[in-house]
Design a protein around this ligand. Sequence first.
Ligand code: APR
Length: 252
Amino acid sequence: METLTLSEEIRERVREARSLVAFSGAGVSRESGLDTFRGAGGLWEKMRPEELATPQAFRADPEKVWRWYAWRFRQAAEAAPNPAHLALARLELEEVFPSFTLVTQNVDGLHRRAGSRNVLELHGTILRAHCNRCGQSRDMGEAIAESSEEPPVCSCGGKYRPSVVWFGEALPDDVFAQAAEESASADLFLSVGTSSTVYPAAGLIEVAKRAGALFVEVNPEPTPFSRLADLRLAAPAGEAVPALVDALSRHR
Ligand code: APR
C-alpha cells in the first residue's frame, strides 16, 4: 500500500494520543495462511461450530473435537506472523504511544510470535490444554504428541481440552475486564480483521467509541461498526497495517 495520508484532524488526534488499543480478529492471520471463521472460505462455512466449538460437542464426541483442534494447532505452528502482526509489534516495542494494548480474539499465538508483549487473549490460546475436571494446564503440543486421535486423560480421570473459549462459555473475567478498562481509556482504537459480530468481544468497540476514542477499522469487507469509523482502510491487513503504523509513527 502506498504512503497513507491522514487528515489534519486525525493527525492532530494522533499527536495528542497517549493510549492505543489494537483489537484483532481472524482476518489479521489470513495472510499467514490461516482461515477466518466467517465470510467466503471461512471455517464455519464448511463446518458446524455446534459440532466442534462447544462444551456439548466435546462431551458428545471428544475425539472429533480433539482431532480438529490438533489440526488447527499444527496449522498455527506452521504459520508465520505476517507484516500486520509485525507492524503492530513494532508500534508497541518502539513505544510510539506511552500506552499500547493488543486485545485479540485469536488463539493462534501469532501476535506473541511477532514480538507483541502486552497481549490480552480474549478467547484463550490453542497453545495450551487443560483438564476439563481439575483444570490442570499443560502444553498443547505435548498433549497432541502424547495422543493425537483422542484427548489425553488427566491423572484425575478428566480429559484434556484446548484452552480456548468455546461458544456458550464465559471469557476469562480478568482478561475481559482489563480489555474493557483499556478500551474505555483508549485515545486510539484500531480494529483489524474482525467481523465485529461476536460478543462480548465486539462490545469493546462500543466502549471505546462511547469514551471518545478515534476509531480506525482495517477490513476489506464492511462490518456493523464501519459507519462509526473515523478512518476505514478497506484493504488486507498485511498491506494496510504497516502503512498505518508508518503514518502513526510519522505524526508522533
Ligand atoms: N485482512 C484484514 N481483514 C480480513 C482479511 C485480511 N487479509 N481477510 C479477511 N478479513 C476479514 C473478513 O472480512 C472478516 O470481516 O476478517 C474478518 C474475519 O471475521 P471472522 O471470521 O468472523 O473472525 P473473528 O471476527 O475473529 O471471529 C470472532 O468468532 O468463531 C469465533 O472464537 C472465534 O474468535 C473468533 C470469533
